[in-house]
Design a protein around this ligand. Sequence first.
Ligand code: GDP
Ligand code: IMO
Ligand code: MG
Length: 418
Amino acid sequence: MDILLGLQWGDEGKGKIVDALTGKYDLVARFQGGPNAGHTLEINGEKHVLHLIPSGIFHKGKLNIIGNGVVLDPVVFKKEVLSLGIDIEEIKKRLVISQKAHLILPTHRLLDAAYESAKGKSKIGSTLRGIGPAYTDKTSRNGLRIGDINSDSFGEIYQAHANEHLRMLKGYDVSFNLSDYEPEWFDGIEFLRQFRFVNAEYLVSESLAEGKSLLAEGAQGTMLDVDFGTYPYVTSSNTVSAGAFTGLGVAPAKTGEVFGIIKAYCTRVGSGPFPTELLDTTGDIMRKNGNEFGSTTGRPRRCGWIDLPALKYAIMVNGVTQLFMMKADVLTGFEEIKVCTAYMVDGKAISEVPYCMDKIEKTVYTSLPGWKEDITSCKKWDELPPRLKDYIAFIERETGVPVKIVSVGPDRSQTIYR
Ligand code: GDP
Ligand code: IMO
Ligand code: MG
């Protein structure tokens, strides 16, 4: 099993690269997160955004798994399946769902909204897809799972959960009508029934024993991990490589490569610390050139330079063996490329990610010369401008990890393998 993860704050381009690599694998699996994710794929100019379905779905003959670590909203799932432009019988062949994956209920979304508005100024900037409340119920042993759909008393179990959520919602200043959401949700449940609910841990283990290869597709990014991210401004799952073991039921010893995905710069959507954020025209140019608007919520993404202390930290906690640099084309035309090499905390330069990232007073940068050449049609490493290669060499030297893929545009074909 190889694991592919975002090393920043999400939206690094995981979807694009999973799709580009799927040809080499037999199975592709999502192991955490839910429809807070938005993974964009472009195939021959046609764009698809996936929230729950693994990014291997567009390849015939590959099996995609939604693992036990995922939280699934049946409403989003149905919409997504119907938007793929693939015959549903074919999708059923290509996709299975772990019985142990948890369901997002309509009341989870309501709770998400209630918690966020109660936080006022310190809100997380959640995607409001019900992710936090669904994981909370999972760990407090109050969750509803995919396998429960087959229970004769599913309706009653659902009602008991919904009643408990309604009781909790009474403590918040929110108005809603649950009957506006429930019919669509139950319709989604009926739709789900036609898919294969599996013991995914057995399926994965047997597939690996037969010599099949698996690519585990991370969602979000390391700096949004519930343990290692910029807590509390994080998501509610383990986005790091360890999450693949618990989110699929695979032993750590089965791991091959750990692919760390980075943008050539850095973005964040939602609240929380972002040391290299650019609040000036340079940041605006990155947003414009990189089309940095959220795939799930459409919100403008905050943009900034690459952050080496955070990147080294992400490489450390994930055990990254190869880096893939995405969106290198977005930096074309910048006079200089800046790289954050240290943070100033209490007047001292440090190179470790501190407990509270918002205690960082200043960031220390090294500047490298930029390049002017349009790289979007480059097909080979040799065609890339020397200054981009210098930038990559700098990151390799600093991190000690090779950059094996450079992405020069959103399309599957705009991918340079080294
Ligand atoms: P993910 O969540 O990590 O899968 O990333 P998103 O799909 O949310 O965001 C990445 C965005 O960048 C999407 O709009 C992609 O189509 C786009 N993208 C991916 N790779 C490249 C690239 O190399 N160059 C450019 N210009 N866009 C890219
Ligand atoms: P992909 O997989 C970027 C952010 C939200 C918010 C925080 C918590 O596309 O990279 P949540 O909805 O989980 O309660 O939100 O995490 N966030 C993401 N940011 N990419 C994502 O996924 C994200 N999923 C959640 O913006 O700040
Ligand atoms: Mg995304």
